[in-house]
Every structure is written in structure tokens, then in C-alpha cells.
Design a protein around this ligand. Structure first.
Ligand SMILES: Nc1ncnc2c1ncn2[C@@H]1O[C@H](COP(=O)(O)OP(=O)(O)OP(=O)(O)O)[C@@H](O)[C@H]1O
Length: 250
């Protein structure tokens, strides 16, 4: 059976210096239900790669396939119902929390599953939130979790999570990790997380993808990666949390 998402020899030029490659020749695939943590230093192109996978940025070379079907055969909105990108800076739609949560069912033309929405909000530690509140008035962390629940309600086959817990306190962060692990188990949703938090990457992934030097340098089992990465770049990366944090993340 074809993988859920395949990336075949994907290359992208730097948005700021078009003559240089940000990365090139990236080939990787993710199967239904697989959980990947995407690691790499700041500026290596992790967000760009996930945005490409959600058709939010064009590629300069290579091909994407969804369940074996070439990307060119899809309308972007159909692709994005299957592969949903949750941005680091949450985008709230105009209106109330409830209107934001209802977006998925309105897009699909299906009934709003309110019990599921309430359960997800409670699991994300947002059970107390007044759904009549304008979404613009939520805190950064509340927006991040509401945007995440809104994406879950789309029931995508794959979620692309771009530093999804970066504005959260440790308790909420753990709640979101548990919620997403349970969701992946229950729904068979594939997930790719960008994170700068090594503990998080261990607890939310079965596989690590490590980017550096314009390449996908490593791709393999999470435990094996942390026990002994095969490249010097990855070895240095996991040994230097202080420098990584100084890069301005989490
Ligand atoms: N719209 C843009 N205009 C100009 N440069 C951009 C744009 N988007 C990305 N870049 C540049 O491309 C490079 C890769 O950015 P990207 O956000 O994909 O990296 P990243 O690995 O996700 O970084 P971080 O870990 O800091 O979030 C960076 O040097 C960034 O400045």
C-alpha cells in the first residue's frame, strides 16, 4: 500500500536568496498513524518543509503524493482536508470560540460534533473557556490550543504541528501531548511535530527526521536516534540544548 504522504526529491530555494538552496533532494514518507518529530537547528527549513507538505508553499523541484496520488491531481482545499497544518502563531478566524470550532463541520457540510469538541477542549485544559468569547480576546496559549482543536475536528489523516506547544506552561503542554498521543492512537492520525524540546520529541514520536546542511540528514527510530545518531551534526545538536535554546525557541 502506498504511504499516506510521500515526498520525492523535494528541493526549495531560499525565499530571501533565490540562487541558494534552502534544502534539496529530500525524500521521505510517512504512513497512516506514524508519528514523526522533525528536528534541526533554527533556520534549517523545518517549517518550510511542513508548509510545503500542506501546499502552503510551492516547491522548486520534486513531487508530493498523497496515498499514491500525485499532488497535481488534487485541489489544494481537498489536499488540506487530509493534511492539516497547525501554525506556530495561531490564526483565529473572526468571531467567537464556538464559531472557530464549528469551522471544520461547516467546511465539510457535516453536523457539528459538540460532545467531541467539548471533550477535546477539556483534554487541552480549556474546559473552562466561554465559547461565546470573541476568539481574538484569548491568550496566546488559549489561541494555540483552540486552533489545534479546530484542526482536530477536521479529522485529517495527517497533522503537521509547528511548535504547537511553544506558548504553553508545562502542565498545559503535557495535557496537549497526551491528548494528541491518545488521538493518534484512537483515530490513526499521522503526526509530524516540529519541536525544539528533546523530551517532547521522545514522548510524541516513533521516528525522528533530522534536518541540517540543506538535507534530511537522518530518518529513523526515535530511540535509536537518541542512543546514537549517525551524523556528527545530529550528535552535536542533541548534546547542545543551551545553544539550541539560544537560537530563540521554546
Ligand atoms: N517568507 C520568507 N521570506 C524570507 N525568508 C524566509 C521566508 N520564510 C522563510 N524564510 C527563511 O528561510 C529559512 C528557513 O525558515 P524556516 O522557518 O523554514 O526554518 P525553521 O527550521 O523552521 O526555523 P525555526 O526552527 O527557527 O522555526 C530561514 O532562514 C528563514 O529566514
Amino acid at each position: 500500500m502506498a504511504p499516506l504522504l510521500s515526498m520525492n526529491r523535494i528541493s526549495k530555494r531560499r525565499p530571501d536568496k533565490a540562487r541558494e538552496w534552502l534544502f534539496d533532494d529530500i525524500t521521505a514518507a510517512i504512513d497512516k498513524g506514524e508519528r514523526v518529530a522533525l528536528l534541526g537547528a533554527s533556520g534549517t527549513g523545518k517549517s518550510t518543509l511542513l508548509r510545503i507538505a500542506a501546499l502552503l508553499e510551492p516547491i522548486d523541484d520534486g513531487e508530493l503524493h498523497l496515498e499514491g496520488i500525485a499532488q497535481i491531481s488534487f485541489k489544494p482545499e481537498h489536499w488540506r482536508k487530509k493534511i492539516s497544518y497547525v501554525a506556530q502563531a495561531p490564526v483565529m478566524l473572526a468571531g467567537t470560540v464556538e464559531q472557530n470550532l464549528r469551522t471544520a463541520s461547516e467546511l465539510h457540510g457535516t453536523l457539528f460534533d459538540e460532545p467531541l469538541a467539548r471533550r477535546c477542549m477539556a483534554e487541552a485544559e480549556l474546559g473552562h473557556l466561554d465559547w461565546k468569547k470573541p476568539a481574538a480576546e484569548l491568550s496566546g496559549g488559549e489561541k494555540q490550543r483552540t486552533a489545534l482543536v479546530r484542526s482536530l475536528l477536521l479529522r485529517p489523516a495527517m497533522l503537521l504541528l509547528d511548535e504547537t506547544t511553544s506558548s504553553l506552561d508545562p502542565t498545559s503542554k503535557e495535557a496537549v501531548e497526551h491528548m494528541l498521543n491518545r488521538w493518534a492512537e484512537r483515530e490513526g492520525t499521522a503526526m509530524a511535530w516540529i519541536t525544539h524540546d528533546m523530551e517532547q520529541s521522545r514522548s510524541v514520536s516513533d521516528q525522528i527526521w533530522f534536518m541540517g546542511d540543506g538535507k534530511l540528514l537522518e530518518r529513523g527510530d526515535t530511540k535509536a536516534f537518541f542512543q546514537g545518531p549517525s551524523t556528527e551534526q545530529a550528535r552535536r545538536f542533541i548534546q547542545k540544548p543551551i545553544e539550541r535554546e539560544a537560537g530563540g525557541n521554546e
